[in-house]
Ligand binder design. Structure first.
Ligand code: ZN
Ligand code: ZN
Length: 215
């Protein structure tokens, strides 16, 4: 499919045009070369302050729900036109990226130990980040994207924030915590800790010895 650029007037193949959600053929009306030249000229005509202001305004515009819906629609449209191989490749890339991001988040908030802080479950697929102070609802309400599939990306973007406090626990402990009024239940502590014996062989305090002696 060919298209005529409304800037330079040349007729070029469709690949020579960027996408645009609002046009009928979902392609921009200017060719890539014209857009690039225009952007470059605009950039060089601006002061650094003006440029920062433009970036800010563009971000504001992108945050508009209407724009987001349009962008999501364009993305879906683009995916629909992929070959099955391209589609599979893209899914695989996304999956790998998500996994890497998750592992990165877990490593940060688990302090390098990839297991449940409470029961020592070490199956990474059932681990999750838990709001220590049970302020997850507030966090999700106050911060855009601090939830769901954007959560790990949000954390990374904000440089792995210390607040709200997060801890790496398993989903079982997470559910048990909710049912136990937001407190990790003592009966699950060290449930799967293989090194329990090691912990018990640590030197015992006199107080602990007395406790054990009295059963
Ligand atoms: Zn052009
Ligand atoms: Zn656990």
């Amino acid at each position: 499919m060919e298209k005529r650029c409304s800037k330079c007037g040349e007729t070029k193949p469709g690949e020579e045009f960027g996408t645009h959600p609002a046009t009928r053929d979902k392609l921009g009306i200017w060719c890539r070369a014209c857009r690039k030249a225009y952007r470059s000229a605009r950039y060089h005509s601006m002061t650094p302050e003006q440029y920062t202001q433009t970036l800010f305004e563009n971000n504001q515009r992108r945050a508009d729900p209407k724009f987001r819906i349009q962008a999501a629609h364009a993305q879906r449209e683009r995916r629909r036109n992929l070959t099955p191989e391209q589609h599979a490749k893209e899914l695989e890339t996304n999956r790998r990226y998500k996994k890497k991001l998750r592992d990165e988040a877990f490593t940060h908030y688990g302090n390098g130990i990839l297991e449940c802080l409470w029961c020592a479950e070490d199956d990474i697929e059932v681990l999750t980040l838990d709001h220590v102070d049970n302020d997850g609802k507030k966090h999700r309400r106050d911060e855009d994207n601090a939830n769901g599939r954007y959560f790990y990306g949000y954390l990374k973007k904000h440089g792995w924030p210390k607040l709200p406090r997060l801890q790496l626990i398993c989903t079982n402990c997470n559910i048990a915590k909710v049912k136990n009024n937001g407190v990790l239940p003592p009966w699950r502590k060290d449930k799967y800790r293989k090194s329990t014996n090691e912990i018990l062989t640590f030197p015992l305090s006199d107080y602990a010895k007395k406790e054990i002696a009295h059963g």
